[in-house]
Design a protein around this ligand. Structure first.
Ligand code: GLC
Length: 703
């Protein structure tokens, strides 16, 4: 099929049928078949009765979707529906939350996980997911940091493209592929105070160089749809921002899919104080470039009259319908509108799916502290180990936010999963209550404390004012550590937490995020050294809440923190440095970096930068070598570091290997003072480093 098919279909459609395609029908349990039979819906979110979001509800099933689709095929032109659902980090096989996935710094893993999610969701009739969420986030008070890839545009762009490839494959008409949706376009993570839905201000250079790149990467990867954000960005509601939704997205990048609003974000243009009423809001959003209206019904209820009144051009309606029909065509819905019952019967959570989830969970865990190499646990050193804390028996709590199709009954409780992978020789005790834990701690050799945030403390509409551990946990840690035994702290969370007063009290800290369906076994494998942790931080970890927003690729200012000047960036009540910087992560061995070399003193076209990395420990280990640059002089101020490359290198004890990165001219481009995008001549610093605050530094010029 081609554009000719779409144009031919459009030419047969009535105005009502064209507007019908722009409406995403939210049934909320009282599904009305006539809405579909009369061609008044282009899409159904979830399926009749299923709720939206992260609450558990009866899933979509192929049977439900096929039943609803039948009504669409009874409509005059038999235009199939596209069923959408939030499949954010797994469908039935729940993978680590996206922020944890980012900690693995492994696009292939992210692509493989998205492919599993697509296979499982499509077998239940879902043909469109509202993922990946690719909003850059610099403020962990915002609950939705859990759903994104953290603070860095380079990493977020790699992962955005990987997720699109995984969900869509090379041809998303394939029965086991689904249409992806890059969201929330754009700048949602800049909501002030970390308050979800609040307004945000982003300068044009920062918008261009930090927040937009992941979307450009998703478009380049062929993403079929985008979702417009809720927020007021620089005074313009994102769902009514024609410059970004049309001039940039389509004019500059050539995006030819469709844009869906976020949930009722069309009519929220009224609440923003930019639209008079539903009709005005609908006209503004459609003209801005929002093709489909999620759930508000403003399009279906007002566009015909607005057209009649000359308030919107027919072209806006027809172009929106055309884009939606184009993606339905690419999704193969005209040929295969129904989910094949045979596919529906395909198994989910297969052994390989779960193995991938376990590997991803392991590789996302970040070892933040490991004094006296207390980890991995060794029965010859610590035989009797106490497991205790609010995550001791965790099942669904390991899923994290946005997992409406996860089923906790398929999760092995954490303590049992840890026991199942424990090597022989350990005597594992458990304690469910604080006083019992203190009693048992006095009889054990070491304590593993399993604490952190319940899943619904992060995710949408779940923001915090205090990044400390949830109430009571700090006291519990203090009581346990007072017993004088080695303490390994395992933290489950949907965001970076402020652990400045916690970390000094314990001997080891392992950040497990919300690790998904196989999180328990993955944790056991890491604790007992069956696998080493290889995660690195995708977001800066503050000491205290008052430091945020806080991120590594910040500007130098005129009085930088490291200036000798007494008058410099600082707090009088806390060190100003991060507790743990972006890119940081330990493992069960150590590495040394030596012999930084540049292929030239000047970058012409490209430049090779290499260094030797040596495993200086006693175990085989994997290091994440990171490449950072700094543009020392610019027509605008430039970040003190920018990540431009990363690669894993696995080394045996004593082994040395040279890692090489290639820096291209394009890697140095930025949005300059005159608004153009390009490279400026001058001097640059470059690092090959284990994190964003250390490493071997060199210098080169660009003429
Ligand atoms: C929500 C979220 C969005 C989600 C949509 C559908 O409000 O903002 O991420 O995809 O509604 O559930």
């Amino acid at each position: 099929m081609s554009e000719a098919f779409i144009n031919s279909l459009l030419s047969q459609m009535t105005l009502e049928e064209k507007i019908g395609q722009l409406n995403q029908y939210a049934a909320w349990g009282n599904f009305d078949p006539e809405v579909v039979r009369q061609g008044q819906a282009g899409s159904v979110i979830n399926a009749a009765g299923a709720l939206t979001g992260s609450s558990q509800s009866e899933s979509c099933t192929a049977e439900t979707c096929n039943h609803i689709q039948q009504f669409a095929l009874e409509s005059r032109l038999k235009i199939p529906l596209i069923f959408g659902r939030d499949v954010i980090h797994g469908y039935r096989t729940i993978f680590p939350i996206p922020l944890a996935q980012a900690a693995a710094f492994d696009p292939q893993l992210a692509e493989d996980a998205a492919a599993v999610a697509a296979r499982e969701a499509s077998s239940d009739g879902v043909k469109w997911t509202f993922a990946p969420m690719i909003d850059i986030a610099r403020d962990p008070r915002w609950g939705r940091v859990a759903e994104g890839s953290g603070e860095d545009p380079y990493l977020a762009s790699l992962l955005a493209a990987a997720a699109v490839r995984g969900f869509q494959g090379s041809d998303y008409s394939a029965p086991d592929k689904i249409v992806a949706c890059a969201k929330h376009y754009v700048g949602y993570g800049a909501a002030e105070g970390g308050r979800d839905y609040d307004a945000g201000e982003i300068s044009e250079p920062t918008l261009r160089d930090v927040y937009l790149p992941p979307y450009q990467a998703a478009v380049k990867a062929g993403v079929g749809t985008l979702m417009a954000a809720f927020l007021d960005l620089n005074g313009v509601p994102a769902s009514a921002n024609r410059r970004l939704l049309t001039d940039v997205l389509r004019g500059e990048w050539g995006f030819d899919g469709f844009v869906v609003s976020d949930w009722e974000s069309v009519i929220e243009v009224i609440h923003h104080g930019v639209a008079e009423d539903r009709a005005h809001a609908a006209a503004l959003a459609l003209h801005a470039g929002v093709d489909m209206d999620m759930a508000s019904r403003a399009y279906i209820e007002t566009l015909a009259a607005s057209l009649q009144a000359g308030k919107i051009p027919l072209e806006d309606i027809e172009e929106g319908a055309r884009r939606i029909l184009r993606i339905k065509q690419r999704a193969g819905l005209f040929e295969r509108p129904f989910t094949d019952p045979g596919q529906a019967a395909r198994p989910m959570m297969t052994e390989s799916d779960r193995a991938l989830a376990r590997r991803f969970a392991r590789q996302s865990m970040v070892l933040l502290k490991n004094d006296v190499d207390i980890l991995p646990l060794n029965p010859n050193r610590f035989k009797r180990i106490l497991l205790t804390g609010n995550f001791l028996h965790a099942k669904g709590e390991l899923f994290g936010c946005w997992t409406p199709d996860g089923r906790s009954e398929y999760v092995t409780p954490l303590d049992r999963a840890v026991r199942e992978v424990a090597p022989k020789g350990f005597d594992l005790w458990e304690a469910d209550y604080v006083d019992q834990a203190l009693d048992h701690a006095s009889q054990c050799d070491a304590v593993v404390l399993l604490v952190g945030e319940y899943p619904n403390r992060s995710g949408e509409n779940n923001n915090v004012t205090d990044l400390g551990l949830p109430p009571g946990q700090a006291q519990f840690i203090e009581a346990i550590t007072a017993m004088g035994k080695p303490v390994i702290l395992v933290i489950f969370a949907g965001r970076p937490l402020a652990l400045g007063r916690i970390v000094p009290q314990v001997d080891a800290v392992l950040y497990a995020w919300h690790p998904g369906i196989e999180g328990g076994a993955a944790l056991g494998e890491v604790l007992f050294g069956l696998e080493a942790p290889t995660g690195h931080l995708p977001m800066t970890f503050p000491r205290v809440t008052g430091q945020v927003p806080f991120y590594y690729n910040h500007k130098n200012s005129g009085r930088p923190l490291n200036s000798p000047n007494f008058f410099r960036i600082r707090y009088v009540d806390s060190p100003s440095s991060p507790l743990f910087p972006f890119g940081y992560g330990l493992t069960y061995t150590t590495f040394a970096y030596n012999n930084l070399r540049l292929s030239s003193e000047t970058l012409q076209g490209s430049l090779q930068i290499s260094a030797e990395i040596t495993n200086t420990g006693s175990r085989t280990g994997t290091e994440l070598a990171q490449l950072y640059v700094r543009d020392l002089i610019g027509s605008l101020t430039r970040p003190v570091r920018e990540l431009k490359g990363c690669q894993h290198v696995t080394l045996n004890p004593g082994e040395t290997r040279q890692v090489t990165f290639t820096l291209n001219e394009a890697d140095l481009a930025f949005t300059r003072a005159d608004g153009t995008f390009g490279v400026e001549p001058g001097r640059f610093q470059v690092w090959i480093a284990p994190d964003s605050q250390s490493g071997l530094q060199g210098e080169f010029s660009y003429k």
